[in-house]
Ligand binder design. Structure first.
Ligand code: TYD
Length: 209
């Protein structure tokens, strides 16, 4: 049986890493093999692209260039890592995927949605996750949680309005398709994990290697 492709999304500081670790622990418990990866990145080439994308000194990068680099890294990631793992029956847990391009480059940078949709078709043939968690939290709370962690990258240096637009796109996309689950990240960690568990258990029960 094919593995399942799970992505976790949200604005900075919503607790993606903690919840990805929780998903991994659930899969470990069930003995389901998986691969945890991230975007932009996940391949040697993709990690090189990630460095360029996050580099604060890349002042002149245009929004279109940024979008193309996201999809360049993604095309490589799917071909080299994600699809082989899924075909082999392993699950893939990915920290961000195409929904982040709609949210950050579409919402944040205000590129037209049609441009992103066109590229999604052209570059990756509309390759999509089976299940996407959107961790949702007010931008103020998220940013204050994220603040303590190291130096700010090129995205983290953006203004609050940018992140509010990012958040709105995540929410509006989530309301359009059943693959999404919005999880209120303002709850206690225990409540958040209960929601993850309730969604993941039926998926895991339906899976045989
Ligand atoms: P990530 O490592 O998840 O950063 P953080 O843990 O700070 O949320 O992602 C790196 C940055 O890349 C993040 O600020 C969002 C941005 N990004 C996009 O703008 N578009 C995309 O398509 C992806 C995958 C990420």
């Amino acid at each position: 049986m094919r593995g399942r492709f799970i992505t976790v999304e949200g604005v900075e500081g919503v607790g993606k890493s903690t919840n990805i670790a929780f998903i991994q622990s659930m899969l470990d418990e069930k003995g389901i093999p998986y691969l945890a990866t991230r975007e932009p990145g996940g391949t040697e080439l993709g990690e090189g692209i990630r460095k360029l994308l996050l580099d604060k000194n890349q002042h002149g990068m245009t929004a279109v260039t940024e979008l193309l680099l996201m999809f360049a890294a993604r095309a490589q990631h799917i071909e080299q890592v994600i699809e082989p793992a899924l075909a082999d029956g392993r699950w893939v847990i990915c920290d961000r995927f195409t929904d982040s391009s709609y949210a950050y480059q579409g919402g944040g940078r205000e590129l037209p949605t049609e441009l992103i949709a066109g590229l999604e078709k052209l570059a990756i043939d509309n390759y999509r996750p089976d299940c996407t968690f959107i961790l949702d939290l007010s931008v103020e709370t998220g940013l204050s949680r994220a603040e303590n962690v190291g130096e700010k990258d090129r995205f983290e240096s953006e203004q609050i309005e940018f992140f509010n637009r990012v958040r709105q796109v995540f929410i509006s996309r989530a309301n359009e398709d059943k693959r999404f689950h919005i999880v209120n990240a303002a709850q206690t960690l225990e409540q958040v994990q209960t929601e993850f568990r309730d969604i993941l258990i039926p998926l895991m029960d339906g899976y045989r290697r």
